[in-house]
Design a protein around this ligand. Structure first.
Ligand SMILES: NC(=O)c1ccc[n+]([C@@H]2O[C@H](COP(=O)([O-])OP(=O)(O)OC[C@H]3O[C@@H](n4cnc5c(N)ncnc54)[C@H](O)[C@@H]3O)[C@@H](O)[C@H]2O)c1
Length: 317
């Protein structure tokens, strides 16, 4: 028996799902996987001693007593898969974004309450130690009031993503982080996006307007030929800049530059440990709520509308 005494299954073992499989197996809670691709399934079954299924219905029928399922399939499949799992009264972690449409997010949120299950979404950057440090600094008011944030997330286009563009695939990470750090939701969204090499948008700049003139600027593209994932937070008494990849942050105030020292930790392990603790009833902190995940999708939707119409979109929640 594992430390957590939990039984989990992963649905979708592709580019990202295979990382969930690895970490959950290391944590001793992985019992089954499901993937509609037989080759992927064979690869996983050779590597891990777990039950493998090519269909979700069969997995749900045969694996009794599952504590949770993790859904790591393409975005547009999240809604039907998540619905089935919740209706079985099984706790669920759905990879980001929770769904492509905010109406579907709201429906999943409602269902999770009705069936009394935990529903969370893979907004992993909240668990990035650099972002946890930033959150702490902002909460403590160490460098005054947070006024604006800026994010850059850039890389060559991942060829396998066919169902969504960069806003739903990539910008959503920074939308969620902005909401998390400001601890508030924007009232206005303005965006510009375009496509160069992809059937959906592959570059986007989104401006989120919060109360009291506070702002987050989110620049994402699938054009830059190297991986860039950076953020900055301008406060009234200093600026905090950071790198999601190296997890390093740098703080500049009028007199000095400070680079706090810290060891690297895998955000996915931190995120999944948090989920396991929530399943065991040990904590609720840092768990992304379905309402928060729905707000991110609503903002992504608004960004696409704004980009298509050229006008700002005003939001109510
Ligand atoms: N949190 C993160 O940092 C992060 C990073 C990458 C991807 N993701 C998210 O993870 C999800 C998957 O992305 P990916 O890059 O791994 O995609 P992928 O295409 O590499 O893998 C998806 C897998 O799901 C399987 N699949 C599809 N439909 C299925 C179904 N109905 N039943 C069972 N299996 C099915 C496919 O065969 C494939 O193996 C997406 O929602 C994506 O946004 C999150």
């Amino acid at each position: 028996m594992n430390n957590y005494n939990l039984k989990l299954a992963v649905i979708g073992t592709g580019g990202w799902g295979k990382n969930h499989v690895r970490v959950l197996n290391d944590l001793g809670v992985l019992y089954a996987v499901c993937d509609s691709d037989e080759n992927r399934l064979q690869h996983i079954s050779k590597k891990y001693k777990i039950n493998c299924y090519s269909g979700l219905d069969e997995l749900l029928e045969k694996e009794q007593g599952l504590d949770a399922c993790l859904v790591c399939t393409p975005t547009k499949t999240h809604f039907p898969i998540a619905q089935k799992i919740i209706r079985r009264k099984i706790n669920i972690f759905v990879e980001k974004p929770l769904s492509f449409s905010s109406a579907e997010c709201e429906e999943l949120t409602k269902l999770s309450k009705q069936y009394k299950v935990i529903l969370t979404t893979g907004y992993i950057e909240r668990f990035n130690p650099a972002i946890q440090d930033l959150k702490h600094i902002i909460e403590e008011n160490t460098y005054g009031e947070l006024l604006m944030m800026e994010f850059h997330r850039e890389n060559r286009m991942p060829l396998h993503i066919k169902d969504v563009g960069i806003i739903y695939d990539t910008s959503v990470h920074d939308i969620d982080t902005a909401l998390f750090i400001f601890d508030s939701r924007p009232t206005v969204v303005f965006a510009r996006s375009g496509k160069k090499f992809h059937s959906s948008e592959d570059f986007a700049t989104i401006m989120l307007g919060f109360q009291n003139q506070k702002v987050a600027i989110i620049a994402s593209n699938w054009i830059t030929p190297k991986k860039v994932r950076r953020f900055s937070a301008v406060c009234s008494e200093g600026i905090i800049t950071g790198d999601f990849i190296t997890q390093e942050i740098k703080i500049d105030d009028e007199n000095k530059t400070l680079i706090p020292r810290r060891t690297f930790e895998e955000p996915l392990t931190l995120e999944l440990e948090n989920f396991l603790k929530a399943l065991s009833g040990k904590i609720t902190k840092f768990l992304v709520t379905p309402e928060e995940a729905s707000a991110v999708t609503k903002i992504a939707e608004a960004a696409l509308i704004s980009s298509n119409t050229g006008a700002p979109v005003y939001l109510e929640y």
